[in-house]
Design a protein around this ligand. Sequence first.
Ligand SMILES: Cc1cc2nc3c(=O)[nH]c(=O)nc-3n(C[C@H](O)[C@H](O)[C@H](O)COP(=O)(O)OP(=O)(O)OC[C@H]3O[C@@H](n4cnc5c(N)ncnc54)[C@H](O)[C@@H]3O)c2cc1C
Length: 372
Amino acid sequence: MARIVVVGSGFAGVEAVRRLTGLGLCERGECVWVTSRPSMVFLPLVPALVSRRYRPEDVEWSVEAYAGRLGVSLVAKRATAVEEGRIRLEDGETIDFDYAVIAAGARPAFYGVPGAEELSLTVYGAEEAWRLGGMIEEGRIQSMVVVGAGFVGVEVAAEALWLARRLGRELRVTLVDMLQEPLQLLGNEKASRLARRLLEEMGAGFRMGQPVTRVYEGGVELKDGSRVEGDVVIWSAGLRGPGIEAPREALARGGFLRVDEYLRVPGLGGRVYAAGDATEFRRGQCVALKMAREALRSAARAVNNIAARMQGAGEKPYHPLITSYRPLAGITLGPEEGILVLGKRLALRSNLAHWYHERVRRLYQELLAGKP
Ligand SMILES: Cc1cc2nc3c(=O)[nH]c(=O)nc-3n(C[C@H](O)[C@H](O)[C@H](O)COP(=O)(O)OP(=O)(O)OC[C@H]3O[C@@H](n4cnc5c(N)ncnc54)[C@H](O)[C@@H]3O)c2cc1C
């Protein structure tokens, strides 16, 4: 009887458990699901909580009933370390395994910038986004600095501006980034230009090309010594790994888990796989982007590879779909605007992402919480 442990209950963790049970591996063996928070947060709709388009209960569902229905044991604890054949938990307990899938996601990275962690909001969970919307609704803030003009930063800025406009409240939003353009990491100039234009039309300001060197109560300081003031600072400047200890060769820069082409984590005896945002999947200069679709696909591949090994068959390599060479993203800028990024050359003004997010959200709601 093989014991398979899955760590994390985001897109990748839920997909891993769903597929393990679908393949009958939890019936023939034992599946243990470890997660620091026994719920799934539909992160793509978290920015939409700011503008009250959704409520927290629309985008976060407990996974307890689902685990029960599947006959998977749920352990609601944080994993602190992974070793060969063993996971360590926050309370010192350990769980031995034959195979593991680490799908513990990513966390905001603060890069040691003084004040960033203590004095800013990250909007990486439902509560924070809801709280930010509340501050705007109650008129407690009139200005906001968004550090990091990647897709999370631009989405949060747009939702906040839309809410303020709807309520007739004054809100000055300034996006700050060390890069020159919003969405620059996607490498699609049209998308960057479009995002900037749409956000400026909504009333956003930009301070680009200067890294933030300090966050203080009431704003941020830039490398050139200038300041951008804001009643609240939103930090969306980057990600780091899940903070699970592992041997040195298992960890890439930023604490992400390194994976080989089969999604196995090196240095852990070959039976530990990783999927989703927790990983760094790199082939030369090309990296898989940290997107929901990648989390689902990599989790499915990791589980299929475990199943193949258990049957004595060959594993298949993982081929990411959304990469730094081929960015594909649907970005929503409030309820009325959006941008579709299709590769490095094509970007369209489109509301397709709104429709798609809602469709996928309903599928998860049905899967985890039953029919609404
Ligand atoms: C605000 C925001 C908007 C986004 N919008 C989009 C979008 O529009 N489209 C898109 O494709 N992608 C979007 N993304 C990215 C997408 O949400 C992620 O790529 C996806 O959630 C990754 O799934 P995951 O399962 O790897 O990680 P997560 O969804 O982050 O799940 C990680 C899980 O691991 C658990 N966990 C963490 N640490 C531990 C630990 N030590 N021990 C046990 N459990 C642990 C967490 O509780 C959580 O359940 C967005 C992300 C954010 C933050």
